[in-house]
Design a protein around this ligand. Structure first.
Ligand code: FES
Ligand code: FES
Length: 152
């Protein structure tokens, strides 16, 4: 059994220690908002927060998440930054197919949590690991600026 803290709650998962965190979240805990894309830390679909920092959950063994605070898209709106980002996403109708958007939002929230006034360059850098096949990049950047305004 591996003891995790997910979305503010202690949980136990009965999986091998080298199981990727993504599968513990999706298959064991049924937190299916976090998506699988590449499995190789290349696309950002699986990003969650570990102690507030964005990490690709496909490439983190669940044993490395023990004792750390994991936050998934399901709980992102429980803090102010997450709520504001979610509202900006809705207001600007960012989502197209939606597949990449959990990861996009997790990266955006991590950025705005440490930088309330990101420049375009800051945004491009912070979001570089999140790919979107539908190419919603322009709306993502606009929504991050919109959220930054709301947080000011
Ligand atoms: S599925 Fe994890 S980065 Fe692509
Ligand atoms: S919205 Fe379709 S992949 Fe990003």
């Amino acid at each position: 059994m591996i003891q995790l803290n997910v979305n503010g709650k202690p949980v136990q998962v009965d999986v091998a220690p080298d199981t990727p965190l993504l599968w513990a979240l999706r298959d064991t805990l049924q937190l299916t908002g976090t998506k699988y894309g590449c499995g190789q830390a290349l696309c950002g679909a699986c990003i969650v927060h570990m102690d507030g920092a964005p990490v690709p959950s496909c490439s983190i063994p669940v044993s490395a998440a023990a004792g750390r605070k994991i936050t998934t898209i399901e709980a992102v709106a429980t803090n102010r930054v997450g709520k504001v980002v979610q509202e900006a996403w809705r207001k600007l109708d960012v989502v197209q197919c939606g597949y990449c958007q959990s990861g996009q939002i997790m990266s955006a929230v991590a950025l705005l949590s440490k930088n309330r006034k990101p420049s375009d360059a800051d945004i491009d850098q912070a979001m570089a690991g999140n790919l979107c096949r539908c190419a919603t990049y322009v709306r993502i950047r606009a929504a991050i600026h919109e959220a930054a305004k709301a947080l000011a």
